[in-house]
Ligand binder design. Sequence first.
Ligand code: NAD
Ligand code: UGA
Length: 456
Amino acid sequence: MINRILCIGAGYVGGPTMAVIAKHCPDVHVVVADINPERVAAWQSGNPPIYEPGLREAVGVSLGRNLQFTSDVERAIRDAEMIFVSVNTPTKTFGQGAGRAADLQYWEKTARNILRNARGPTIVVEKSTLPVRTAEAMDRIFKNGRSDLHFEVLSNPEFLAEGTAIADLESPDRVLIGGAETPSGQAATQELVDIYARWVPRERILTTGIWSAELSKLAANAFLAQRVSSINAVSAICEQTGADVLDVARVIGADQRIGDQFLRAGVGFGGSCFQKDILNLVYLCEQAGLHDVARYWETVVTMNQYQKERFVRRMIRVMFNTLAGKRIAVLGFAFKANTGDTRESPAIEICRELAAEQAHVCITDPQALDGARRALADVEHGVTFEPDPYKAAEGAHAVAVLTEWPEYRTLDYQRVYSRMERPAFFFDGRNLLDPEELHRIGFNVYPIGRPDRTDL
Ligand code: NAD
Ligand code: UGA
């Protein structure tokens, strides 16, 4: 039985995942190590460095009991029997495969660190999302590096979504564990199954070969992103034909074979993973000579890009073909509601485009204003940041909803309208609000994939 677990990487995945493991395994000592001392200090203080509903409480259950955060990665490696690796694997920005392939430098540095510092047989668990056959490369590094110790590599990709991370970890649709077919591979797989089985029903713990596990993670994200791009493509057709994307999504989703999740049209998907993982898949396909398959998946990203551009083009068109000097209140900058994460948020590109049109963009968000400032740090003119949505809308020509924060449903839009310039435009990039109601107040309303409500 495993008694000492380490997770390397205290980010959006490592922190929440280990908090939930520690909670359900009070007899197992869980350490989370990271090279970023500020992040570690925040976690260790009980005030997590990321915003995630229920996270602080989840960490509080075990912190100081069997959960600890540290920046002494080497020491933590020496003490661990099972090491999860949850470091970032962003898209490569340099050299071969730039803009597509996964940048594996953090993962490989971590593997070499484990190799140098491990003191006993160690199970190394890939938690990060990685290209297929990364585990094989790791295995080679371990086998060639040390003959005195046995390292067993497992793949255990994470499926949590931000904003619902704790609920997803507490009650996952499935946990996936990929291990080698060898006796030691199967024994290691069983050790990890036993950990999850403390709170996850056995039938939801799926075991496969390592390559299947690695590929399943990339494929699952590609399928999810593909659904978003598909409904966004339908939303463009709706706007041209007068159909309503909410009706179409309801009808499509009523078919049990299709299902009703992930059919919300919007300004496009964001987040640190969808685009990166699809591009990673595209790169894998190209490397394998599967050029048609690569093109197929690439269109998911192309459509996402189109959706963001289309949104801005429509704003310009309906606002009399010029945004110069106009004030635009942007409601929401996070890539989705209930997170402060702005990585790859569609708002980044949309706000940049608006500023390039010489609009004055005033951004508000309940959790992501710091992220917004960082993401737009190089934009010299035309962007300001305002925590109060009413102030953001003061004197504005238009409001654009870019994140579906529940608090934006209940704003007093009469009050918002009364302080805006006329005609007042409302671009609901998430179909969050009732367009009829907004129109009754006086707004000219442009939802996504739904008929405009306008007096112009
Ligand atoms: P993150 O950037 O929030 O966290 C990664 C952490 O790893 C950082 O704190 C960084 O300082 C640390 N790190 C980097 N190199 C290190 C090293 N050599 N030693 C110690 N620490 C190191 O990333 P994340 O969002 O948690 O994602 C991690 C992985 O999980 C990625 O592969 C991602 O694709 C995958 N994933 C993410 C999500 C999500 O919702 N964010 C969901 C599922 C899977
Ligand atoms: C996604 C997956 O849902 C997780 O299973 C996966 O573990 C994770 O990526 C990952 O690998 O990082 P996440 O990106 O946190 O999770 O959030 P999602 O809820 O999937 O939303 C992604 C993006 O798609 C958001 O910008 C969201 O606004 C958008 N989206 C989602 C839509 O535009 N419409 C929808 O119907 C659903």
